[in-house]
Write a new protein. Structure first.
Length: 124
C-alpha cells in the first residue's frame, strides 16, 4: 500500500490517510469542505461546500497521478437530504460521462458540522 498525501487538500484530522493506493485503486478518505489554505470551511452553503469537497478529492487524485475521470465510485454524505439537488448541480460540474457509480446518504451529523463529505474510489 502507498499513502497519498498532498498539501493541496486538508490534512487528516485523525488517524487516517488522505488516500491509499493499492492494487491499481486509489481510495480517498471522506473529504470535508475545508479550504487547505485557510483550514476553514468554504464560505457559503451546500453548493460551495460541495465544490470544496470535490476540489479536495481532485487534488488528492492528482497527487496520485490520476484525475476525476478515473473515479469509479463516489459516496456523498449529506447532513440534510434537502440539499441533494443543490449538491447534485455542483457534482455535475466535476464529472462527465461515463459518470461514476454513486451513493448519496443523509447522516445525522458530519465532522465539524459540515453539510457534505465526499469520498472516491478510482482506478489507475
Amino acid at each position: 500500500m502507498k499513502v497519498i498525501n498532498t498539501s493541496k487538500a486538508p490534512k487528516a484530522i485523525g488517524p487516517y490517510s488522505q488516500a491509499i493506493e493499492a492494487n491499481g485503486l486509489v481510495i480517498t478518505s471522506g473529504q470535508l469542505p475545508i479550504d487547505p489554505a485557510t483550514g476553514e470551511f468554504a464560505p457559503g452553503g451546500i453548493k460551495e461546500q460541495t465544490r470544496q469537497s470535490l476540489t479536495n478529492a481532485k487534488a488528492i487524485l492528482e497527487e496520485a497521478g490520476i484525475s476525476l475521470a478515473n473515479v469509479m465510485k463516489t459516496t456523498v454524505f449529506l447532513s440534510d437530504m434537502n440539499d441533494f439537488a443543490a449538491m447534485n448541480e455542483v457534482y455535475a460540474e466535476f464529472f462527465n460521462e461515463p459518470f461514476p457509480a454513486r451513493s448519496a446518504i443523509a447522516v445525522k451529523t458530519l465532522p465539524k458540522n459540515a453539510l457534505v463529505e465526499v469520498e472516491c474510489i478510482a482506478a489507475k
